[in-house]
Structures are given as C-alpha cells and as structure tokens.
Ligand binder design. Structure first.
Ligand code: ATP
Ligand code: MG
Length: 166
C-alpha cells in the first residue's frame, strides 16, 4: 500500500504513528524516517524506545532555521537512506514523515520522491506524511487522507501542549 496523510489539519504524523503501532502489533517491522525533525523531546520518541519500532530523525528542524543548503543536504541524505531501506527487504512498513513538506519546500525534487514508488517492492507499505502532497503522489497512491483544519488551539494563541503537540 502507498498511503498519504496530507492537509492543513493536525493529525498526519500521529495517524502514521498509529499505523506503525498497528503494523508492529500485527508482526511487522516498522521504520520511521523523519525528513524534517520534530521536537527532540516529542513523547513518541520516548514511547518508541520501549518498542522495537525504529525512528530516525535525519532531516534538520524547522525549515526557517539554518541555511537552505544545509537543510537540502540533510534532506538528500535522508532520501538516500530511504532508498537503501526501501530496497533492503528488511521492513514491512516505512514511514516517510514530512517528506511532502520537504518536496514542497524544494529540499528534494518531486521526481526524486516519486522514484521511491518505482523502487518499492510489492510487499512493502510506504507512508508519506506532510502538508501539500504533490498531485502525482496522490494519483499514484492507494490510500490518501486529507486532514482538514476545522479548529486548532493555535488560532486562539494557545501554545503547543505536552502530550498533544509534542
Ligand atoms: P501531529 O504531529 O500532531 O499529528 P501533523 O503531523 O498533522 O500533526 P504538522 O504539519 O507536521 O502536523 O505540524 C506539526 C505541528 O504543528 C504539530 O505539533 C501540530 O499540532 C501543529 N499543527 C498542525 N496543524 C496545525 C494548524 N492548522 N495550525 C497550527 N498548528 C498546527
Ligand atoms: Mg507532522
């Protein structure tokens, strides 16, 4: 399955983490690669230490910090890791967290991302998360869900909460 979680509403990464749990519980081996690193004290990092689900924060943090070429190099490195792991045959599911955002922001090209579908073996589930998924990815995918923003506490100035946002 090629699965995409996109849209402006909250829940893309957490939906992918839910799939990771389900897949692991079903006997699968799961790898999570983060193209744009989230908070290093995110609750899921602590929780995943208790489980044999591998998570690697390869990309850098928020794209507006640090210079573009450094971010681009980190994203390309993450892409290379993704390519190697996809063809390795070691995994049941690979989650490419925030890859859509990396493409949208010009850190990796759309064709480089689409190439991952070409090399994906038929028995591997690939999950793509992040806002603004490319049309071509949406066309190629088996399952696409758009998280739609209806309300978010940020709109009322409420800061990120432990256990909800990180
Ligand atoms: P989550 O990791 O909670 O599932 P996400 O992956 O859908 O969220 P991202 O686009 O990766 O969301 O954004 C990361 C952070 O931004 C999250 O902490 C999330 O709560 C917050 N966020 C998501 N949607 C919005 C929004 N519409 N307005 C403000 N902040 C948001
Ligand atoms: Mg996310």
């Amino acid at each position: 399955m090629i699965i995409v979680y996109t849209g402006d509403g909250k829940g893309k990464t957490t939906a992918a983490l839910g799939l990771a749990l389900r897949c692991f519980g079903g006997g699968g081996k799961v790898l999570i690669l983060q193209f744009i690193k989230g908070s290093q004290n995110s609750g899921e990092l602590e929780a995943l230490k208790l489980l044999p689900i591998e998570i690697r924060q390869c990309g850098l943090g928020f794209t507006n910090q640090g210079d573009f070429s450094t971010h681009k190099a980190a994203a390309l490195e993450t892409l290379k890791i993704a390519q190697d792991e996809i063809i390795s045959g070691k995994w049941t599911m690979i989650i490419l967290d925030e890859i859509n955002y990396a493409v949208k922001g010009g850190l990796i090209s759309e064709s480089e991302m689409l190439n991952l579908l070409e090399i994906c073996p038929p028995d591997l589930h690939l999950v793509f998360t992040g806002r603004a998924a490319s049309e071509k990815l949406i066309e190629a995918a088996d399952l696409v869900t758009e998280m739609k923003l209806i309300k978010h506490p940020y709109q009322r100035g409420i800061p990120a909460q432990r256990g909800i946002e990180f």
